[in-house]
Design a protein around this ligand. Structure first.
Ligand code: AP5
Ligand code: MG
Length: 217
């Protein structure tokens, strides 16, 4: 059976890192709303221009366009065959309700919702050292996981850069927005009995093992 899961958690907790391990080992399709928005920004589309005005400030892109964008991707045949790992969506209770409705109509059951959790100081350390590939999106860290050749991606050799929203002011706002809008999404899925909490300050492989144990439970 294809895996259908949601990763929820504050900025920098490791959603993208775990999503890529899960894709490589379990074969489900990662769907990161943040990455999709950044691709739209790079392609200079109207959606990209709209998204940028929110992302640069650490605010949420409006629910309407975000829901439409993500549901469209969930309906593709690739996702129906492989399953999905949602990263960064849903991020508001309104988005969670729209997703519930979509899955109910398609008669799809979520396997698990994983809430990744760490202290704020760990988040600041992780985001202030993060580097990301401009082409394939691979995630690095200056100290914890540097690319083998400085400045270039191990996978595709493209330049790795600091994300524009990884500056101290925007990180602070993203954390505030998470607490106000996304923490209630965790409660939403806890009430459905789907939630597993994973302490994410440990090594990525240890976090991964806990997630996989959660899927099997
Ligand atoms: P998005 O791209 O989703 O950003 P985010 O939620 O802030 O999360 P990040 O991507 O910053 O962190 P992550 O949890 O993926 O951590 P990572 O694995 O990279 O969203 C960006 C913006 O888009 C939002 O602010 C909003 O404006 C908009 N947006 C997106 N979705 C939206 C939605 N649904 N609705 C409305 N607006 C939306 O790891 C971080 C660093 O830590 C890396 O350097 C990594 O190497 C390191 N690291 C990871 N795990 C570990 C570990 N276990 N130990 C040590 N280091 C680790
Ligand atoms: Mg991410």
């Amino acid at each position: 059976m294809p895996l259908r899961m949601i990763l929820v958690g504050p900025p920098g907790v490791g959603k993208g890192t775990q999503s890529s391990l899960l894709e490589a080992r379990l074969g489900a399709k990662p769907l990161s709303s943040g990455m999709i928005f950044r691709a739209e920004i790079d392609a200079q589309t109207d959606l990209g221009e709209l998204a940028k005005s929110y992302i640069d400030r650490g605010e949420l892109v409006p629910n309407g366009v975000t829901i439409q964008m993500m549901l469209k991707r969930l309906r593709t045949s690739e996702v129906q065959q492989k399953g999905f790992i949602l990263d960064g969506f849903p991020r508001t209770v309104r988005q969670a309700e729209a997703l519930d409705e979509e899955l109910r109509k398609a008669q799809i059951d979520l396997d698990i919702v994983v809430s990744l959790e760490v202290d704020d100081q760990v988040i600041v350390d992780r985001l202030s050292g993060r580097l990301g590939c401009t082409k394939c999106g691979a995630i690095y860290h200056r100290l914890n996981k540097p690319p083998k050749r400085e400045g270039f991606c191990d996978n595709c050799n493209s330049p790795v850069i600091v994300r524009e929203d990884d500056n101290p002011e925007t990180i602070k706002e993203r954390l505030r927005v998470f607490r106000e809008n996304t923490a209630p999404v965790v409660d939403h899925y806890a009430a459905q009995g789907k939630l597993v909490r994973v302490e994410s300050s440990r090594d990525p492989e240890v976090v991964y093992a806990d997630i996989v144990a959660g899927i099997g439970s």
